[in-house]
Design a protein around this ligand. Structure first.
Ligand SMILES: [Zn+2]
Length: 353
């Protein structure tokens, strides 16, 4: 396949000579097309390229009704329909025999044809689609994962709370499917020094700063002792790259609002504090006392400070926006110098005497 920019040029030109050489998918519509498709040109950021229709199907996309990227090949059309069927029944157990009957093929022939065309077995296809769903469903939702809890904190008897999770399947199912939790991580140079971002399939679980990549890895290991830690492979997952870009843009002052899916465990109290912190707008600060009052526990000032100190996703849970009532910055898990810099960048009012 051509490099992505060449593909994009061909799509913009609706270059017929490229038909069959690659396909493009539009993640916002869930449709994939031939390069020459007459449909309205999508935004570049929503476009992905695939060498074959099978690859696009594997990414959960469906063929465009306008340019018929899989052509009139009845087998391909039927398999694509089966993919749709699996998608719409993704959370149910699907028997191979039923799928084969639906495709009008023998079980053995069906499995083989499906694998040859799509590149996975129907079962793997269903699992991959479900995991993708999970990720989409959680976009923008603050979530406390049972799975991470399970991976790293199984012996703890504290009370955990799951908040607002819009899951495509129950955590139980997720655990069965996902096994142990894997955290992919990458370090990036940021205006606030070396930064590490760690994420599960469901969202960001770690954003911290330190003086070196080694220190950051040690910190990650300490937070999630039982999780499987994997350096983000290259090229990084597009979603993961988007998260890193959002964070660095934010640090450069280009993106005030950070809205990334989180995947963190918390006690019920921590969760209340952290949710509240997320509601403090860019450019504003609150005192520890104000936060305690706002969550209905005015006496819990010290506990609020502790919850801030235990935050493991810097910026995404903006604990730097909580300061002392006197206007002094108070403490910060990642150093006062960073806290001051973040508040200054945000133009936080109470910091300026
Ligand atoms: Zn099309």
């Amino acid at each position: 396949m051509f490099p992505a920019e060449q593909c994009w040029a061909a799509v913009q030109a609706r270059d017929r000579s490229c038909d069959g050489k690659f396909y493009y998918g539009v993640i916002t519509t869930g449709v994939y097309c031939r390069p020459s498709c007459a449909a309205r040109l999508p935004l570049r950021k929503n476009v992905r390229f695939y060498a074959t229709p099978a690859e696009a199907e594997r990414a959960g996309l469906r063929p465009c009704l306008r340019c018929h990227p899989i052509g009139a090949d009845p087998d391909a059309v039927r398999l694509s329909e089966i993919c749709r069927y699996i998608q719409s029944h993704a959370t149910e157990p699907l028997a191979l025999a039923d799928l084969a009957a639906r495709a009008g093929l023998s079980r053995f022939h069906f499995q083989r044809t499906f694998k040859a065309a799509v590149g996975t077995t129907p079962k793997q296809y269903q699992e991959a689609f479900r995991l993708g769903q999970l990720k989409n469903g959680l976009r923008g939702a603050g979530d406390v994962t049972e799975a991470v809890y399970q991976a790293g904190y199984g012996s703890s008897s504290r009370v955990y709370e799951r908040a607002d999770a819009r899951l495509g399947m129950t955590p139980n199912q997720y655990r069965r499917q996902g096994g142990g939790v894997t955290i992919a991580y990458a370090t990036a140079e940021s205006p606030a020094g070396p930064m590490m971002i760690g994420a599960t399939d469901r969202g960001v679980c770690f954003v911290q700063f330190a003086d070196s990549a080694e220190d950051l890895l040690a910190m990650l290991r300490k937070e999630y002792p039982k999780a499987r830690l994997e350096p983000m492979r290259e090229p990084a997952d597009p979603e993961f790259r988007r998260w890193i870009r959002a964070l660095t843009d934010h640090l450069n002052g280009e993106q005030p609002r950070l809205d990334l899916p989180l995947d963190i465990r918390a006690t019920a109290f921590q969760m209340r504090v952290w949710k509240y912190l997320q509601s403090i707008p860019y450019g504003e600060v609150k005192s520890y006392t104000e936060v305690a009052a706002a969550i209905g526990q005015p006496k819990a000032v010290r506990a609020v400070a502790n919850a801030c100190a235990n935050n493991r996703v810097a910026l995404l849970i903006p604990c730097h926006r909580v300061i002392r009532g006197t206007g002094e910055p108070g403490e910060y898990r990642w150093g006062l110098e960073r806290k001051r810099a973040f508040l200054e960048r945000e133009g936080a009012r109470r910091m300026r005497p």
